[in-house]
Design a protein around this ligand. Sequence first.
Ligand SMILES: O=P(O)(O)OC[C@H]1O[C@](O)(CO)[C@@H](O)[C@@H]1O
Length: 601
Amino acid sequence: MASSTLICDTEPWKELRAHVEDINKTHLRDLMNDTSRCQSMMMEFDGILLDYSRQRATTGTLNKLFSLAEAARVKEKINRMFNGERINSTENRSVLHVALRAPRDAVINSDGKNVVPEVWQVLDKIRDFSERVRSGAWVGATGKALKDVVAIGIGGSFLGPLFVHTALQTEAEAIECARGRQLRFLANVDPIDIARNITGLNPETTLVVVVSKTFTTAETMLNARTLREWISSALGPQAVAKHMVAVSTNLKLVEQFGIDPNNAFAFWDWVGGRYSVCSAVGVLPLSLQYGFPIVEKFLKGASSVDQHFYSAPFEKNVPVLLGLLSVWNVSFLGYSARAILPYSQALEKFAPHIQQVSMESNGKGVSIDGVPLPYETGEIDFGEPGTNGQHSFYQLIHQGRVIPCDFIGVVKSQQPVYLKDEVVSNHDELMSNFFAQPDALAYGKTPEQLQKENVAEHLVSHKTFSGNRPSLSILLPSLNAYNIGQIISASCEHCVKTNMPPLAIPNLKLPATFFPFVQLLAIYEHRVAVQGFVWGINSFDQWGVELGKSLASQVRKQLHASRKKGESVEGFNFSTKTLITTYLEASADVPSDPSTLLPKI
Ligand SMILES: O=P(O)(O)OC[C@H]1O[C@](O)(CO)[C@@H](O)[C@@H]1O
């Protein structure tokens, strides 16, 4: 175990600790009165507007955070990541998800070898395969075209692709491209999830994509064997070759499973599971559903953020700013949670995806050198689309615990609705909430205000809102393919009309169109990395998920022995033994050795 300096022992950390006292003397209400401060805390990137003026921070706080980033050598760590160094030291791997979305002619090395050509080889193979399936050139065992896809995978092999699919589902161009096709995701090993996923599907017209980096994940492999049975019992075992393909880094196990290696789509150990949506993990199922050209736009969107993250100065670097502010909230202000609140139903799967990206990456107890940390890392991420969350957990956020909130809004709805007798369009109604909530949290409501409103004395304390609750707002231009030039010039016109100096727009060469929700995804990926870089941890391993897996395997053996050989439950503590015994006794009427049983739905 090495003993390198922990970030909490550095001067910038100590200065920030002392600075908390200054911040505690100021209410957000007062900070918000300082227009030039607010203006300096708004920035634009690719038509995405970021407003972090409702953070409990001053420009002085930001400067101290930049010094902290310097002490943590964040820039050097970003460079090491982009240079393909093995920064995931506990697994001896480089961390190169940025190579998955790099342009064809880019050069990104891992172990002295440019990995971009390999990436594009797989992308070209996906383009070709998905076009053949979509055009009906590739047919199933009975000669029928495959119009439905079930993607089996869990964790990083599921959440990112599900997020992108959900975001695209109601987008005009994507709707057209997906007409007549279905994409479903089977993740949970719960047989109910299998039943729900195969309901209404015909094996003759279904393609199953098994997605697993390791090809050993228990849940995924049992689900894969179950759908293999579903196909072969309906169409014969030879049908598997036409109806099942795989995405994995472990091509040997793919072949052993019975999937033709020609129908396997590779990725590499330098892609972490939770960072794999831009590999074949996401690109294959999404290309089958929407066509490769749509997915290519999505890769370009992520790539634009990678360039920005790599090259923009920290003061104008969106993931860096967001990451540093999160460190400020967690490590100095003591806020242990973060709410992710998209005001768009299309982004409903964003919080679950970021939950894995953030909590699996930064929920660590030791430094990258194995030194136990005297400070907490990571935060508890959760979220729901507004306004659903408002009618659920916002009460706690307004008057209970302080939880920094990320409000994410969209300028143009994918599905505009306007009823002629209504005051505003449906999207404006939604966005009224998006604009109102951050101020409600920041300003609150004082007893004096309530008294002026003649609120009954006994209710004043109940109706008081302390305010001073931090949030940030991210406004995306749309969730559609859009023209960046138009968006940028529109915002500049606004600056002229309102007499505001134009916001800084990074000088990047950008493709004409792509999807801003993908940029959001890449921004959060890099934000999480910045937090981990500052805390001095390894954000790219996940040893914490292992213990539960090995204990589950002991239980699995016991269930088998008890059901098949009547063995009593041994080797567990009193509580677990009692629970397992009760479960076995109460389910004894379920046949212990039935012939294959598939859902009857
Ligand atoms: O793609 P695989 O190897 O099946 O793993 C699935 C998931 O399991 C984990 O290893 C742990 O839950 C995740 O990091 C990963 O995304």
